[in-house]
Design a protein around this ligand. Structure first.
Ligand SMILES: NC(=O)c1ccc[n+]([C@@H]2O[C@H](COP(=O)([O-])OP(=O)(O)OC[C@H]3O[C@@H](n4cnc5c(N)ncnc54)[C@H](OP(=O)(O)O)[C@@H]3O)[C@@H](O)[C@H]2O)c1
Length: 219
């Protein structure tokens, strides 16, 4: 399948690399067509790896990952083009964090009555937005079970049941055996808060190599 990955940072590199490993074609998108990280990434990932602008990647992908700095998600999606994303699944991994004085706050445009996942879905009414993987370190987003002593849980949420099923399958392909459907896209407010909780734990542990596990009573 063809995937667009909007972003060129650590998360984009992890996701795009795993998609290539799984045999997909991937275009990494950026504010410029010749972003240094993206060009370097294409050179090391074979002929199924391409790069371009946000709009090029959004048009290329049958499914698209959103992996930009969260406070700029809407700006990046504007550049990607609403029409280029119409009727597609957008897998949103972003968080609207402001880092100040050693602490995280949620950007005021994406907190209180709303959150980033909700605003992304509002901005793209004809796109099926599914939020996931925003509460764990980039290196753990793929093959978590090869890096830990036991499975951890991947939460996901979105309004469209089929899109969520497709994303659950992608998570399984990425190496997650334990997934948990949180409900509709409004639930992303909680996974965005969970991602904020992740940061100070990471600070204390000094390692990204951990995750959250949902321990439940067997039915
Ligand atoms: N890093 C982690 O471990 C981790 C874990 C969970 C969730 N997340 C979330 O995943 C997302 C990506 O994180 P990251 O650490 O990989 O990278 P990042 O440094 O947060 O974001 C880099 C990307 O943001 C884009 N960007 C920056 N300013 C922009 C603007 N004004 N307009 C449009 N795009 C802009 C950059 O575009 P260019 O390519 O054009 O430079 C680049 O592609 C974030 O939302 C983060 O909260 C990160």
């Amino acid at each position: 399948m063809k995937y667009g990955v909007l972003g060129t940072g650590g998360v984009a590199q992890t996701i795009a690399g795993k998609l290539i490993e799984l045999g997909h074609e991937v275009m990494m998108g950026s504010r410029t067509a010749t972003n240094e990280n993206a060009v370097k990434w294409t050179k090391t990932h074979g002929d199924k790896a391409k790069c371009g602008t946000f709009a090029d990647a959004a048009a290329f992908g049958e499914r698209v990952f959103l992996t930009v700095q969260g406070i700029h998600s809407i700006e990046a999606l504007k550049a990607a083009g609403v029409e280029n994303l119409k009727n597609k699944i957008l897998i949103d991994l972003t968080n609207p964090y402001i880092y100040k004085d050693g602490h995280i706050t949620l950007d005021s445009n994406y907190s209180g009555e709303t959150c980033l996942g909700i605003e992304v879905q509002k901005f793209l009414p004809d796109t099926k937005v599914v939020k996931t993987l925003n509460f764990i370190g980039a290196m753990m987003m793929t093959d978590p079970e090869k890096k830990l002593s036991e499975p951890v849980t991947s939460f996901y949420c979105g309004n469209d049941t089929e899109a969520k099923e497709a994303v659950k399958k992608i998570l399984n392909d990425f190496g997650w055996s334990d997934t948990f459907d949180m409900g509709d896209i409004s639930m992303s407010r909680y996974t965005e808060m969970l991602g904020a909780f992740w940061v100070p734990v990471y600070g204390q542990l000094g390692s990204m190599q951990w995750g959250f596990k949902l321990v439940r009573t067997p039915k």
